[in-house]
Design a protein around this ligand. Structure first.
Ligand SMILES: Nc1ncnc2c1ncn2[C@@H]1O[C@H](COP(=O)(O)OP(=O)(O)OP(=O)(O)O)[C@@H](O)[C@H]1O
Length: 219
């Protein structure tokens, strides 16, 4: 379970997240819906420990992560797919996918990589190509593959469908359906409901850094 309690995060002294409370039960796919600039990325970066909240707490699987360095998220089997992908352009696709495994000395990385390739055979097909040779949508799949290396329990996906062509969007949605069936816990952000409506079990909206649960919004 992922839980944020009364989180306030500032950027350069400006309050961005305001008293955010959010709880995701294991195996549930939650949509975080809000316009550009609402604070979705700030929320994800705060959960990942890349931004330190001014106050409040973050627990993952019952462990208080609020003051722990980002790499503790990998140990807790949390994976993060940033909105801007953040691939290293001159490394191959496979090298990019393996970065979190190297950085965290992940045991069982080979088996995990094989599982990821089984889930997304198209990624294995371009494993040897440099990241800069891929389209934006293909890079999104690679960023998802990389997030899955550590994210075997919880995935944070920041606008995964943004800028992805329709055919690849459908493919991405089908991969996310499979991950949901596998029991992963997922927080997925989107600026509207266009891609997530069929996927999410529960919705939170975010507006000017304030988060609200949408009761009975879906399923
Ligand atoms: N490095 C920064 N310096 C100053 N302000 C920032 C910085 N990063 C984000 N902000 C501000 O924080 C607010 C929330 O931004 P954030 O990126 O979290 O929103 P978002 O919902 O993810 O939107 P987007 O899809 O546009 O990224 C915005 O008002 C943005 O201008």
């Amino acid at each position: 379970m992922l839980k944020l309690s009364s989180i306030n995060t500032n950027i350069a002294g400006t309050p961005i997240l305001r008293d955010v409370n959010l709880a995701i039960e294991p195996g549930v796919l939650v949509g975080l819906i809000g316009r550009n600039g609402a604070g979705k990325t700030t929320l994800m970066r705060t959960v990942m420990g890349l931004l330190t909240p001014e106050s409040g707490s973050i627990t993952i699987g019952g462990q208080d992560m609020t003051d722990l360095a980002p790499h503790f998220r990998s140990q807790a089997k949390v994976g993060y797919m940033p909105e801007d992908r953040q691939l290293v352009p001159t490394l191959t696709v496979e090298e990019n996918i393996l970065i979190p495994a190297w950085a965290n000395a992940l045991s069982g990385a080979e088996a995990r990589l094989a599982w990821v390739y089984e889930l997304m055979p198209e990624v294995e097909a371009f494993a040897g190509r440099k990241a800069l040779q891929l389209s934006g949508g293909q890079q999104k799949l690679v960023a998802l593959a990389r997030a899955l290396m550590t994210g075997s329990h919880i995935l944070l996906l920041d606008e995964p469908f943004e800028g992805v062509a329709p055919a690849l969007s459908r493919r991405l949605a089908s991969v996310l359906h499979t991950l949901k069936d596998e029991g992963l816990t997922v927080l997925l952000s989107e600026s509207d409901y266009s891609h997530s409506a069929d996927l999410v079990d529960q919705i939170y909206t975010i507006e000017r850094g304030a988060v609200a649960a949408q009761e009975g919004a879906v399923k």
